[in-house]
Design a protein around this ligand. Structure first.
Ligand code: NAD
Ligand code: LMR
Length: 329
């Protein structure tokens, strides 16, 4: 077993997602069965009492890997020495809202916490932003943390990938483990483009197994785009267990080598790949070697795909313009 614990900061730790996430982190599902960890949990003052209850439950699990738990309402204490920061703490949307409507409520959180990360996080910190709108919140936090390399920031599009894989598996009547190479392009929003036509089923291109371009570019796309809203409508609250699961999957997809020939979905800083404007936090198909990652180049995108990617790009540019005042020049 590795000696040194990794300090993992989780914001919004007493919230719905936090409650589904902490136990899986502490049991080693994200960083592996040999990696001890210290959880550094951030909450607003009013939620610290509830967080104490969650900590009691963590203790009552007697997780062998969990060396310590710190709770605080001070971002600097939460991020002190963090090797990972999972930024979940933010308001969720209600029925009838788009995620972008949360910008005015949530953007300020990410500028403040970006500054705190910059000041005190560990040298190799990696950050996954879950709180919505996650791409632009990540852009804000990154913009306020100039000493943390842009490549260490990720916003979560993995839930969309998982949703799309499930949908393809059910349509093709195969096990979900047969689905690979499903990339989510752009924003974690109703404009995202889940690219089923470049995905594979049992190693074969999806269109060979699902010969229905209208569905692949129509109902499939809109169902994934609208899945978060459908969950809110049905449950009366936004997704939590599946979001925490996707956060675990995201961390694993960064720290593990991507299987040969496959790719995964993460929103990362654009360096101009596929003509996406530089600096946007953009959902791309990504490969990791366990230390670094790269956007997968050379994926074939026809005019219909490019048109959908243009729409989501424009939305992200609009969000960036909206939060310009929070981005240091
Ligand atoms: P929640 O309301 O249950 O929990 C959020 C928690 O964050 C609360 O406990 C709140 O006290 C805390 N919080 C608020 N401001 C904070 C701050 N400044 N510092 C620290 N903590 C703070 O919400 P939830 O269901 O856990 O969702 C959290 C966020 O994740 C929402 O924005 C939601 O839209 C988003 N989300 C994203 C995805 C994704 O795929 N990217 C999926 C699901 C949910
Ligand atoms: C989701 O995709 O389930 C989350 O982003 C929550 C939401 O607002 O849809």
């Amino acid at each position: 077993m590795a000696e040194q614990p990794v300090h993992v900061a989780v914001t919004g730790a007493a919230g719905q997602i936090g409650y589904q996430l902490l136990f899986r982190l502490a049991s080693g599902q994200a960083l592996g069965p040999d990696q001890p960890l210290v959880l550094r949990l951030l909450e607003v003052e009013a939620a610290l009492k509830a967080l104490d209850g969650v900590v009691m439950e963590l203790q009552d699990c007697a997780f062998p890997l969990l060396r310590d738990v710190v709770t605080t309402s001070d971002p600097r204490q939460a991020f002190d020495g963090a090797g990972w920061a999972l930024m979940v703490g933010a308001m969720p949307r209600k029925e009838g809202m788009e995620r972008r409507d949360l910008l005015s409520a949530n953007a300020g959180i990410f500028s403040e916490q970006g500054k705190a990360l910059n000041a005190v996080a560990g040298r190799d910190v990696r950050v996954l932003v879950v709180g919505n709108p996650c791409n632009t919140n990540c852009l804000i936090a990154r913009g306020n943390a100039p000493d943390i390399p842009a490549e260490r920031w990720f916003a979560m599009t993995r839930l969309d990938e998982n949703r799309g894989k499930s949908l393809l598996a059910s349509r093709a009547r195969v096990d979900v483990s047969e689905i690979s190479n499903l990339g989510i392009w752009g924003n974690h929003s109703a404009t995202q483009f889940p690219d089923a036509r470049n995905a594979r089923i049992g190693g074969r291109p999806v269109p060979e197994a699902i010969d229905d371009e209208e569905w692949l570019l129509g109902e499939f796309v809109t169902t994934v785009q609208q899945r978060g809203a459908a969950v809110i409508k049905a449950r009366g609250a936004s997704s939590a267990a599946s979001a925490a699961n996707a956060a675990i999957d995201s961390v694993r997809s960064i720290v593990d080598r991507t299987p040969d020939g496959d790719w995964t979905s993460l929103a990362v800083v654009s360096h101009g790949e596929y003509e996406i404007p530089e600096g946007l936090q953009f959902g791309f198909p990504v490969r990791s070697d366990g230390r670094g990652w790269e956007v997968v180049e050379g994926i074939s995108l026809d005019e219909k795909a490019r048109q959908k990617i243009k729409v989501t790009t424009e939305e992200l540019e609009g969000e960036r313009a909206e939060v310009q005042h929070l981005l240091p020049v």
